[in-house]
Design a protein around this ligand. Structure first.
Ligand code: HEM
Length: 131
């Protein structure tokens, strides 16, 4: 299903209480009717009206229910941005590839520790036997 797209310039016109839009991660949200309900107050939404508020929204550390509420206010996305499904996949890809790869550090991982202890014990046994 194709969704509505907007340019950033178009969104920037919706910066008043009559029509207030914000951009978050290339998605466009109409927060006009939400302004009065916003637990964080009107001012912060007005201050970000017509703008990309991705950083500001994340900085607050909004709850999962805030993010869910946000989805109900979504009206489309920024022109040229990849469709949501593709972006989600990319986020997943980058998070998995940036995860620490423990197995690459020699291949033995945590097995190294008991092996070292056994080797040391055998060496100590022979060393003490010679005395
Ligand atoms: C559609 C967009 C937004 C929605 C649905 C939304 C929703 C909410 C909700 C539900 C809360 C209550 C606390 C929580 O559940 O996290 C909250 C708090 C807050 N929001 Fe938003 N918000 C939006 C955009 C923004 C933006 C753009 C800012 C800009 C800075 C902002 C700033 C704040 C602040 C400062 C609080 C108060 C945090 C606190 O008292 O600890 N919000 N928002």
């Amino acid at each position: 299903m194709s969704e509505k797209t907007y340019t950033r310039q178009e969104v920037s016109k919706h910066c008043s209480l009559d029509s207030l839009w914000i951009i978050y991660n290339d998605d466009v949200f109409d927060v006009t009717n939400f302004v009065v309900e916003h637990p964080g107050g009107e001012e912060v939404l007005k201050g970000n009206g017509g703008k990309d508020a991705t950083q500001e929204f994340d900085d607050v550390g909004h709850s999962a229910s805030a993010i869910a509420k946000m989805q109900s206010l979504r009206i489309g996305r920024i022109e040229g941005a990849k469709p949501r499904e593709e972006r989600k996949k990319e986020i997943k890809k980058t998070t998995t590839t940036s995860a620490p790869k423990q197995q690459e550090s020699g291949g033995l991982g945590l097995l190294k520790i008991p092996i070292i202890i056994i080797v040391l014990a055998v060496v100590a046994y022979f060393f003490m036997g010679e005395q």
